[in-house]
Ligand binder design. Structure first.
Ligand SMILES: *Cc1c(COP(=O)(O)O)cnc(C)c1O
Length: 468
């Protein structure tokens, strides 16, 4: 038995993998990774895979990046961890200063959590609590967009709308208000992204007019709805939303967990709308993809609503044990240094252009409804019928075929349902982008060629994050 198979057997005897129907692994191998090097992941048989999805959107400067590695090693020799209540340390202070510096003006306070979903919980609780402390006790609900994703804990799921993840748990969820997404995939033919996103804002305006007295905050994924299939919209929507939230006295929460740190072409997506949200939630690429951490940035106004004598009981008594972990902060500081020293946002423009040109031919593919892009995220939507944009039935799991083909060819391309996408580390080369485009084209050809019997597959679960 080869080494991969040995590790796989041991894995399947004891592990329960995330976002996975484990029975799928009767047919699909688990791939044990021995080491990472730049954009490459290498398994125990020495086969290499180009990490086209940045290991679930976290890795920006490659696996085993020498600069991040060194910073973590140096930190390890000084302090691995200390609790952040009552205590502090150099990396968390420096990181907070840097985050305040590089985010839009007005975000002056940083609260830490240890993963994205927890960061969302912090923002939701802080917003709710702010209104309570301000005597506006009716403001208890949240407004969210259809097809949005904000994580897997109960409140985070409540403000999400990817039914695959939330439907089962519906009876446990908070009662939120859902407004139709400005998603431009669904715009009428001939209408620009900007015009469509602007038109879609009318529903948000109406919702806020009707419900603002009972709404604490609106939460959005700025510019890209990631887990909902890399659906994209125009920054004008965010500009209009900021103005409306101010007018109606409602907080704006930007979940930039996936899009922060250069993914949309600017360091943060909110920059493209020229706005400052009341809460900016960061995670994923924050540590370069090394360690779990989230940061929630907020304003002086919100901070002050909690600042009072202890006995008034206005404090935000929320904590996660590993909050502000020094090793994670060190990884984040090294990551921010690379952004600054290597002028990454500027350098990424050439890579984004290459992603566009390498995939341009797919626009004419008979089963591709759209090739869309925002900065360093590019998505290809496979459909059964191009003219009507009729999707393939989820049971057919066409994306899974692309995934399997890519693995054979040495690429980790893990589609969201029928959406094949590239979200590569920024250390990818133009030639590697061309390789990915070639592999994706072949995979899409293969996946769309055959008719698939739905009945054979009907026992399988739909799964957006899972291949197919
Ligand atoms: C991944 C993600 C989350 C959840 O982060 P976790 O660290 O997986 O809990 C929340 N929001 C968005 C937009 C994400 O992409």
């Amino acid at each position: 038995m080869n080494l991969n198979d040995q590790w796989m057997q041991r894995d399947l005897a004891v592990l329960w993998h995330p976002c996975t129907q484990m029975k799928d692994h009767e047919r699909l191998p688990v791939i044990p990774i021995k080491r990472g090097d730049g954009v490459w992941l290498e398994d125990f048989n020495g086969k290499r895979y180009l990490d086209a999805v940045s290991s679930w959107w976290v890795n920006v400067f490659g696996h085993g990046n020498p600069r991040i590695n060194q910073r973590i090693k140096d930190q390890l020799d000084n302090l691995e961890h200390v609790m952040l209540a009552g205590f502090s340390h150099q990396p968390v202070i420096e990181l907070s200063e840097r985050l305040v510096q590089i985010t839009p003006a007005g975000l002056n306070r940083v609260f830490y959590a240890d993963n994205g979903s927890s960061g969302i919980e912090v923002a939701l609780k802080m917003s709710f609590h702010y209104w309570l402390n301000s005597g506006k006790t009716a403001k208890q609900r949240f407004v969210t967009l259809t097809n949005s994703y904000h994580g897997e804990t109960i409140a985070a799921m409540s403000v999400g709308d990817v039914s695959l993840f939330t439907e089962t748990y519906k009876s446990l969820l908070l009662d939120t208000i859902k407004v139709p997404s400005p998603d431009c995939y669904l715009r009428p033919e001939g209408v620009s992204w900007e015009a469509h996103s602007r038109t879609m804002f009318a529903a948000m305006e109406q919702t806020l007019a009707e419900h603002h007295h009972e709404v604490a905050a609106v939460i959005v994924e700025p510019l890209i709805q990631g887990a909902g299939g890399m659906r994209m919209y125009h920054p004008i929507y965010l500009t209009l939303l900021r103005e409306a939230c101010d007018r109606y006295g409602v907080h704006l929460i930007h979940d930039e967990i996936a899009v922060g740190f250069g993914r949309t072409g600017s360091m943060f997506a909110c920059e493209q709308a020229g706005i400052t949200p009341d809460f900016l939630v960061l995670s994923k690429a924050l540590t370069g993809g090394y360690l779990p951490m989230a940061a929630v940035l907020t304003t002086d106004d919100i901070y002050q609503a909690f600042y009072a004598d202890y006995a008034t009981l206005r404090a935000f008594l929320h904590s996660h044990t590993y909050t502000g972990n020094p090793l994670a902060c060190a990884a984040a500081l090294a990551t921010l240094d690379i952004f600054r020293d290597d002028n990454i946002i500027e350098a990424n423009k050439a890579l984004a252009n290459r992603m566009a040109s390498a995939t341009a031919h797919l626009v004419d593919h008979p089963n591709v409804a759209e090739v869309r892009q925002t900065g360093m995220a590019l998505a290809i939507e496979m459909v059964q019928d191009k003219a009507s944009k009729t999707p393939y039935a989820w049971q057919e799991r066409r994306g899974l075929k692309v995934y399997q083909h890519a693995l054979e060819r040495g690429a980790l391309l893990r589609p969201l349902g029928n959406v094949v996408y590239f979200l590569p580390p920024y250390v990818i080369t133009p030639e590697q982008i061309d390789f990915l485009a070639e592999v994706a084209s072949e995979g899409i050809d293969l996946a769309c060629r055959d008719s698939i019997s739905v009945s054979v597959l009907s026992n399988l679960h739909p799964n957006h994050r899972d291949p197919g």
